[in-house]
Design a protein around this ligand. Sequence first.
Ligand SMILES: Cc1cc2nc3c(=O)[nH]c(=O)nc-3n(C[C@H](O)[C@H](O)[C@H](O)COP(=O)(O)O)c2cc1C
Length: 336
Amino acid sequence: MFSFDDLVVPIAGAPMAGGTSTVALTAAVSAVGGLGFYGGAYLTADALRETIRQIRGRTDAPFGVNLFVPEKIPFDEAAFRAYRERLAPLAARLGADLPETVPYTDDHFEAKVQVLVDERVPVASFTFGCPDTAVVTRLREAGVCVAGTVTCVEEAVIARDAGVDALCAQGVSAGGHRATYRILGEDPQIDTADLVPAVVEATGLPTVAAGGVRSRDDVRALLAAGAVAVQVGTLLLRCPEAGTKPAHREALADPRFTETATTRAYSGRLARGLVNDFIATYTEAAPPVYPQINTLTGGIRRAGSADADVINLWAGTGFRAAQAIPAADVVAGLAP
Ligand SMILES: Cc1cc2nc3c(=O)[nH]c(=O)nc-3n(C[C@H](O)[C@H](O)[C@H](O)COP(=O)(O)O)c2cc1C
């Protein structure tokens, strides 16, 4: 089974579902001795299987695949309707689809777990919750190293008790969705540098540090704090191998965008991105209704895909350090 101690370079690429993760990006990070990750959320099980085979076609090195763990909470229809009303003028302006009703989806969780088992991926990581012991055991028996993403010690202990091999400790400065287990829960808002030693002490598990990394010095500090490897997402967003939309790439380097914030405005779950008009306008109104709000805003995001004030510009606090260079150079620049 894969062990983080075997990595040539203790750097992991972040899984970035929704088009940013690509076969090329995942393979590029793994091929230079890091651990490339693919974000498997939003894909069908068949598409995920095909993607895994394509990654294997590009590199013999180990890589990881990440899934969202579903949490089914009661659907707050009134909150959904009120938010839909707020979005209606923007959808009309963009000529975007704004569905009246949205079905619940578990993102094909069970079928995708089976793909990870069948394909015996080297590493499977999970966010938004911890899979139960039966799922963790099935993966481990197939030789898959299982990592649980956590944002606080309580989540780390749950993951340890479910039998995971490793943790990914995601600090508050991380770009993209917060990994918090509960949709309705508060963000524990713990800095990566504080979270890593806390979860290592509580669980003794190998822990990958994620969130806000800008430089080799940051990597060294997190390794010194007890991390076995350091994961970067935002630093890869401008790489040519990434699937980042052009408007998102440009915004990361545009002096007009000066800060990041967490918001439920796009999906109903908290996520960190560059503050644009959409975040500034809708964050206050956005209810914790996930995954329905994510589907609801999909048409707006597609219709406005070239407009940085409409689309989600996921980014961590270290976004100014993201360079338009190949992923291999990002990894080499971070290697301690
Ligand atoms: C565009 C984008 C998409 C992301 N998608 C996922 C995902 O699908 N699964 C996941 O576990 N984390 C996801 N994340 C969070 C990363 O795994 C990681 O925690 C984060 O990028 C680390 O912080 P940094 O962006 O400051 O490097 C995403 C992050 C970004 C920037």
